[in-house]
Design a protein around this ligand. Structure first.
Ligand code: ADP
Length: 473
């Protein structure tokens, strides 16, 4: 089974969030099932620099203001197609934002070009023809439209990693984006007077998946659907929630090269002491909690700022690593100056995130919405008890330590009502209390570490989906 995956980021080559982890992990997870998955990525400088050898498989000529070509390469265990188009991808800032933190003005064209390249590969012009195309988020949204317009008969799966990014473009761009003016209406590419590539994908995809069963349901509700709930409800028969897994080789508590003093649950306290030392935190009888997150409204870390003083008063401590909204970065910096039990690192640091999972005794994820979430899965595997809001994949992956959960021995964490600082505060109280009950706590940690968080089950579900769409052997 040949599947082309089309993504705007892919770990370990280029990553801003969970989408990259999933795009990077899927090919390896699917290979044992007989799936040959190749990943099409934009040729950002960081990607091109990481490729030892490339060969041109298709010249695309002029594309959105410059010449472009598709290169094939193997790197980091991945088979890649890379769209080399320096006028679109070779620039400073981040992959989505300019140096001032605003969306690149030409983002619609930058990712329409990626879709154009995907459509060319799907049509068999790059020497390898996929049986299914699997695109991720708004950046791949125009692809099924192009396939349909070109008459390329290859089924398309769209995975929604986060509905919050609609991929807007102003209507004057319609022709330039390769769309037909006649499709600019409410059943087509139009969304509240503008073009939305995500909506285009939702309308034209053969199947839609999202990254947890609960988020699949939530997407059909006004509270979480962000205006797409009506359309997604209509397509409910084509929608599946498939939980993300984590890369259990990269996130392996026993063989993790990023950490020295942690080798499974027996050595947890040594790793915790090491993290305290690194962060300059004093010894404490309470739990050492960690947060590794983008600092945005979605992640609910403003609620945590409100709940924090009580938690610290009760002996809890917190190490936070994150970057994002300038205002929230400033608020956390200020909090760290005001509280002894809080250590804040503003930035992005993969290796530190491993040391934090190893040393952290709890990982806090108070998101307002969370399609799947990965850090609670790392937490489970590394014995950092997840304290999570009851939304999306967080609710699907953590079993609350209520009476029933504790009695049956199934509990792996603490689950609280979302978007409510009071509920979060109570959850942190429960954390401190449970932490003090050594036997219960130890059982929960061992339980959490045994919880399956890899790709085994979910990889099988993607394979079923692909086979369903393309029954040929
Ligand atoms: P999202 O995709 O919404 O950002 P996820 O929990 O699905 O949230 O994935 C986030 C990924 O990015 C995780 O692998 C997490 O460890 C990583 N991450 C987020 N912020 C940082 C940071 N500041 N430093 C290192 N890794 C980070």
């Amino acid at each position: 089974m040949r599947v082309l995956s089309v993504a705007s980021e892919c770990a370990p080559l280029v990553k801003t969030g969970g989408l990259a982890d999933v795009a990077g992990a899927l090919p390896g997870a699917l290979a044992p099932h007989g799936v040959d998955m190749r990943v099409l990525l934009p040729g950002y400088p960081s990607v091109l620099e990481a490729l030892p050898e490339t060969r041109e498989v298709l010249s695309l000529g002029a594309l959105h203001g410059g010449t472009a070509r598709i290169l094939a390469a193997d790197a980091q265990g991945l088979s890649l197609f890379v769209l080399e188009a320096p006028h679109l991808y070779d620039r400073g800032g981040t992959i989505y934002l300019d140096p001032e933190g605003r969306d690149w003005e030409d983002n619609p064209e930058r990712f329409a070009a990626l879709c154009r390249a995907g459509a060319e590969i799907a049509a068999g012009r790059a020497g390898w023809t996929p049986q299914v195309v699997h695109g991720h988020d708004w950046q791949a949204g125009f692809l099924p439209y192009y396939l349909s317009r070109d008459g390329t008969d290859v089924p398309f799966v769209l995975t929604i990693h986060n509905i919050a990014f609609p991929g807007f473009a102003d209507p004057w761009r319609i022709k330039w984006l390769g769309l037909d003016q006649a499709d600019f209406h409410s059943e087509g590419v139009e969304y509240w007077g503008r073009v939305s590539s995500l909506k285009t994908g939702l309308v034209w995809a053969d199947r839609i998946t999202t990254v947890s069963p609960r988020y699949a349901y939530e997407l059909t509700t006004p509270a979480f659907g962000m205006g797409f709930d009506g359309l997604i409800s209509k397509r409910r028969a084509d929608l599946t929630g498939i939980l993300n897994g984590i890369d259990t080789d990269i996130w392996d508590p026993v063989r993790d090269h990023a950490i020295r003093r942690f080798r499974g649950w027996r050595t947890k306290s040594a790793a915790t002491a090491a993290l305290r030392e690194e962060m300059g935190l004093p010894a404490s009888a309470g739990p050492l909690a960690v947060v590794i997150s983008r600092l945005t409204q979605q992640k609910g870390l403003d609620l945590l700022l409100q709940a924090l003083p009580d938690f610290l008063d009760r002996g809890g401590q917190l190490v936070l690593l994150g970057s994002g909204d300038r205002e929230m970065e400033g608020a956390w910096r200020a909090a760290s100056a005001a509280h002894e039990g809080l250590a804040v690192t503003i930035g992005y640091d993969e290796t530190l995130s491993h040391r934090m999972m190893a040393g952290g005794e709890a990982v806090l994820v108070p998101s307002r919405f969370e399609p799947c979430g990965l850090t609670q899965l790392y937490g489970l595997r590394y014995g950092a008890i997840p304290v999570v809001a009851r939304v999306g994949g967080l609710a699907d992956t953590v079993v609350d330590a209520n009476d029933a959960g504790l009695k049956s021995g199934a509990a792996t964490g603490i689950v609280h009502d979302p978007d409510d600082a009071g509920a979060l505060s109570l959850a942190l109280d429960r954390l401190v209390t449970l932490y003090g009950e050594v036997e219960t706590w130890t059982r929960m940690v061992r339980n959490a570490m045994r919880h399956p968080v890899g790709w085994d089950v979910s990889a099988g579900r993607y394979v079923e989906l692909y086979r369903d769409l393309s029954p040929d052997p």
